[in-house]
Design a protein around this ligand. Structure first.
Ligand code: NAD
Length: 489
């Protein structure tokens, strides 16, 4: 199904995100024939000179980061550029003229997407101007797409939300959480709700714990200025990790509509047990990387990175235990873990099932491995089910095996980029895989207690080596409940 005719007004058109993700993703939609022929993109930034310069920029982005480029010339002919400082009130009038002209030229029916791929400090200003200068006055649809971070805590998120709500309705706001565009994150729902064998077991009677890990090999790279003020808790847990937990824990929606799905996810966040300040250390631990070896190369400690203060108290690792107080999940811990400069790049979910009542095959200390359902989100995509079977031969002994499904090997090609799917959804007006304000607010409320406690105390940093699986306290968090991280499953 093709997207409707529309204009995309892209603020931050020369930024890293636009270059690495947005242009290649939009191009893929175009080449697959999913993008309406009636589309135009207006890039807004300060650096470039004009349309020609911008088109070369987009071309370069697709040649560098995209997979294909056969119809590039045709594609970039839809791109227009306006040099514009977003805090300069006078230039919005000019922008409106350009947008109105393109609307007519491409018969865009007044449909407009305003994509803010720039620092959140500008979101309020831009939204305000779009309304005041008449760009949001249109006969078609208008949608605002914004990137993370959505605020720094609950208070700043509320302020930001109030500002953009002056110009857009909640249903017109598309808050990107690119994890929600990932193939296997979208697959959580399907695995759960399209299979008879999982849903009956998907509760506290059969599941002992659930683990969500997102680890990176990369360090802070050139994002230190942003990262050092935020840390892993705000950068990863408040959004991506909480979103994955709500998809894993939500009740089946009555139908697959945006409102129904979001409402089930919100209920999970409402059932999340709030942590009291004095309990923070019991439920959450943090870490910061020290120097170490990665792929045979020495890498510096976080505190020695460019633009990081030598006594930085910012965490580059978080592990935590979440409890969801409802009938389905009472007593089942959801462990989450995320960190930079870890041993491997991996995002995965492990569902550990409870042990069976007795081991009939017990022999000299032998034990049965628990059944695990592993959902690999990235870089591998697929699911693995861990079972016990009979060891071949005369004796009755068990051995663990893995039933494996990998989308990479089945389709023979990479699944579409998260951004490609999210742009497509947004153009079609499907907000299911974007974050609703209620989710943002509830998750900040939960996170704020932890960050407040952590800010008041100096972390025992650095406490894990680059290239390791994180600090010892992370293993201890599970060990005290009698569990361990399934790192190599
Ligand atoms: P960036 O710093 O690379 O780009 C910023 C863009 O904004 C540039 O095009 C710049 O010209 C423009 N800009 C800055 N000030 C301006 C002004 N006053 N007037 C007009 N234009 C101005 O940033 P980025 O990495 O592309 O990130 C953009 C947004 O996406 C941020 O909210 C970021 O947190 C978010 N994000 C980025 C990534 C990523 O992979 N880069 C991932 C997730 C979220």
């Amino acid at each position: 199904q093709k997207t409707p005719a529309s204009l995309i007004l892209l603020f931050g058109a020369t930024g890293d995100l636009a270059k690495r993700k947005l242009y290649p993703s939009l191009y893929n939609l175009f080449e697959k024939g999913l993008l309406s022929d009636r589309f135009a993109v207006v890039g807004v930034a300060r650096r470039l000179k004009g349309n020609e310069d911008f088109r070369n920029w987009v071309k370069d982005s697709i040649m560098t980061f995209g997979e294909r480029s056969d119809q590039l010339e045709e594609f970039i002919s839809h791109f227009y550029y306006q040099s514009h400082d977003v805090s300069d009130s006078s230039s919005y009038t000019q922008l409106k003229q350009l947008v109105d002209r393109l609307d007519e030229q491409y018969r865009l029916e007044g449909n407009r997407i305003f994509y803010l791929a720039m620092s959140p400090e500008f979101f309020g200003t831009v939204a305000g101007h779009l309304k005041a200068d008449g760009l949001t006055e249109t006969n078609g649809f208008k949608r605002l797409v914004i990137e993370k971070p959505f605020g720094h805590d609950l208070q700043s998120a509320i302020e930001l939300n109030n500002e953009i709500r002056k110009a857009f309705l909640e249903e017109e706001i598309y808050r990107i959480d690119h994890y929600l565009g990932k193939e296997m994150v979208q697959n959580i729902e399907v695995i759960r709700f399209a299979n008879a064998i999982f849903e009956p077991l998907w509760n506290n009677r059969y599941i002992s714990n659930i683990q969500v890990t997102s680890s990176e090999i990369l360090g802070v790279e050139d994002r230190a200025r942003y990262y050092d003020k935020n840390g892993a808790l705000r950068d990863m847990v408040q959004n991506h990790m909480m979103q994955i937990v709500s998809l894993l824990a939500m009740e089946p929606p009555i139908r697959l509509t945006t409102d129904e799905i979001r409402s089930e996810k919100v209920k999970v966040l409402r059932a999340l047990r709030a942590i009291k300040p004095e309990e923070v250390h019991q439920f959450f631990v943090r870490g910061q990387y020290d120097q170490g070896m990665i792929n045979g190369k020495e890498v510096p400690a976080y505190r020695d990175e460019l633009n990081v203060s030598p006594d930085s108290n910012t965490e580059t690792f978080v592990a935590g235990k979440l409890l969801i107080d409802n009938f389905r999940w009472a007593g089942v811990p959801f462990y989450i873990r995320t960190g930079k400069r870890m041993r491997k790049k991996s995002t995965k979910i492990v569902v550990q099932f409870k042990d069976i009542p007795m081991n009939l095959y017990y022999k000299n200390g032998s034990h049965l491995n628990p059944n695990l359902l592993v959902i690999n989100v990235q870089p591998e995509e697929g699911i693995t089910l861990h079972l016990n079977v009979k060891k071949t031969g005369q004796i009755m002994e068990t051995t663990p095996i893995k039933l494996n499904f990998s989308t990479n090997s089945i389709d023979g090609m990479n699944t579409p980029e998260a951004y490609e799917k999210l742009l497509y959804d947004c153009l079609r007006g499907d907000a299911t895989n974007f974050t609703h304000w209620d989710e943002v607010a509830l998750s900040w409320k939960f996170i704020d207690t932890i960050s407040t406690v952590w800010e008041q105390e100096k972390g025992d940093f650095p406490n894990y080596q680059a290239g390791s699986t994180g600090p010892k306290c992370s293993d201890e968090l599970l060990a005290k409940d009698g569990f361990c991280w399934w790192s190599d499953t």
